[in-house]
Design a protein around this ligand. Sequence first.
Ligand SMILES: C[S@@+](CC[C@H](N)C(=O)[O-])C[C@H]1O[C@@H](n2cnc3c(N)ncnc32)[C@H](O)[C@@H]1O
Length: 247
Amino acid sequence: MSEKTIQEEIQTIIPDLFPTLEPEFDWELVKNYYEFLKRDNEKGGFFSRNDSEKILERHIIESLVFVWKLKVTGFVSRETNVADVGTGPGLPGFLFALLKKAPHVFLVDSQKRKLALLETEIETGSLSKVKKRVDFIYARTEEISSNFDVVTSRAMVPYPYIAEVTTRMVKQKGILCPFLAQPYQDLEKETEVLSNNGFFMKKEIPIPELEFVGKRHIKILQKNSLPKKGFPRDWKEIVKETKSKNG
Ligand SMILES: C[S@@+](CC[C@H](N)C(=O)[O-])C[C@H]1O[C@@H](n2cnc3c(N)ncnc32)[C@H](O)[C@@H]1O
């Protein structure tokens, strides 16, 4: 019996949603990226042992749905510059580059171990088709000053402090879109951190389609002003608070 295609595998996991995702992505590239994550997982230390069994559900499908939500809600298009910070091996940001109508994607990580393997795969391997639409930045997020339209992040700095470490990267009227699990409970702290760093909450996008992996949602935080005086603080100040508040 012949092996299932990646489309068939994904269709088995999300049968209702797949027909909507199907026309949006280049599936040959999605397959090549999945093969790369499996092949280089041990070398790059991409995933925990537990997660290594679930790369398709926990990583590829989660990221595909995140990217699709931002596309269908109109926050990302071919004209957008997207930066994904703390991307590791490219999650979730690299999936933007696998859209048929892809934006320009900047992948940011302070460490080379995982991300440089993806860079090599794009330079000389099975993902070379996306070379022109992906750039790599090896730096700490809080040290980057830039002007991105959209900044995304999953599992890097806890919410809402992710707004403080990325504020210099987001252009005026641009948006930060953290990919989150459980709702954040401390509304007072959330408002304080967002407003100190020039953001306001424009929208929350629930992702009921991902209930089978757990609660997931995206916040759309718009940069409406410059950070207040004294913000963003140095990372060593921020990190004390993330620890005391547990994110
Ligand atoms: C838990 S991994 C998450 C990787 C990926 N986003 C995902 O969802 O699978 C966190 C990544 O963030 C990177 N990182 C941590 N702090 C960072 C910072 N200040 N600037 C840039 N990258 C950072 C780490 O090197 C690591 O690759």
